[in-house]
Design a protein around this ligand. Sequence first.
Ligand SMILES: Cc1ncc(COP(=O)(O)O)c(C=O)c1O
Length: 346
Amino acid sequence: MRIVELRSDTKTLPTPAMREAMATSEYGDDMVGDDPTVNRLEAMSADILGKEAAVLLSSGTMGNLVAILAMCQRGDDIIIGDKSHIYRAEAGGASALGGVSYHPIPNQPDGTLDPEQVEANIHPPDQHYSPTTLIALENTHNACDGRPLTPNEIKSVADVAHSYDIPIHVDGARLFNASVALETPVSELVKDVDSVTFCLSKGLGCPTGSILAGDSETIDKARRVRKILGGAMRQAGIIAAPGIVALESMIDRLAEDHSNARTLALGLSKIPGFDVDADDVYTNLVFVNTTDELPSGVPQKLAEQGVMVGDRGNNLWRLVTHNDVSSEDIDYTLSVIEATVKAMRN
Ligand SMILES: Cc1ncc(COP(=O)(O)O)c(C=O)c1O
């Protein structure tokens, strides 16, 4: 059966070139810095991001947690968007393991934080308050339609943060999607921030892994935190090898995913029961509201036919395009959805 996996870009399978690189790369013991493939990926990542150093981690969640623990002490406070992945979906790791409190402020509908609200929420140096020691942004913003944050939007928050000597971290799980959508180099997107993570395992198509980059001192601390968390790995080049392939060959093609996402939204907007505006699709994430016109049980019926959609409850679907979804898959998906809805109505 033809499978069209639209639930997440984390569902991608390694490409033939990635499998080949995994089979043929050189490996060593990364815990003592001896894996040439990890070293190469980390150096390439730092270079592409315009940062001094980078470290390979097992996941985006680990990257964000390691960044927070490297930059904050117990009892500190981090300002963060209330719709951010770190705040909502990373198991409270910073408070559970680091004694750091999350200080959520509203994400604007476009995923940004309002610099004035950021400033108003920075704790004064007073014994009553936990010190604000980090501000975190997300780019693209997953829960805000996958919208990319522009360099100016990032700078406006970074300027506030830096005027209080507070660093900025960017959860850039889909940073390369932002870069491609804005036609702006990633180094430009992160030039005003102190640390950034990106995921190899989402749109870039790798089986696993994320990168954390920043200044050398922060990354040295991050290596120690990674070790404490049990995340320092031995022959980790097996993960890094596909990462190198991704950085060399999987970035520009993200434009196809963005175009497929828009085509999908446009097609769905013509099927009764779906409320979606293709103009609200910025990258590879398509959020669709379903209306009362849609019979119940459509996602299950689609799954039986191999079309896997992300039903998030509350009449909201999230559909994600990626390397394993072609433009033909999008046409096929639209025809299956249209036929299924029609049949279920009759
Ligand atoms: C915006 C964002 N940040 C971080 C993560 C965490 O990445 P991982 O699943 O690799 O832990 C995700 C995962 O979906 C994400 O969407």
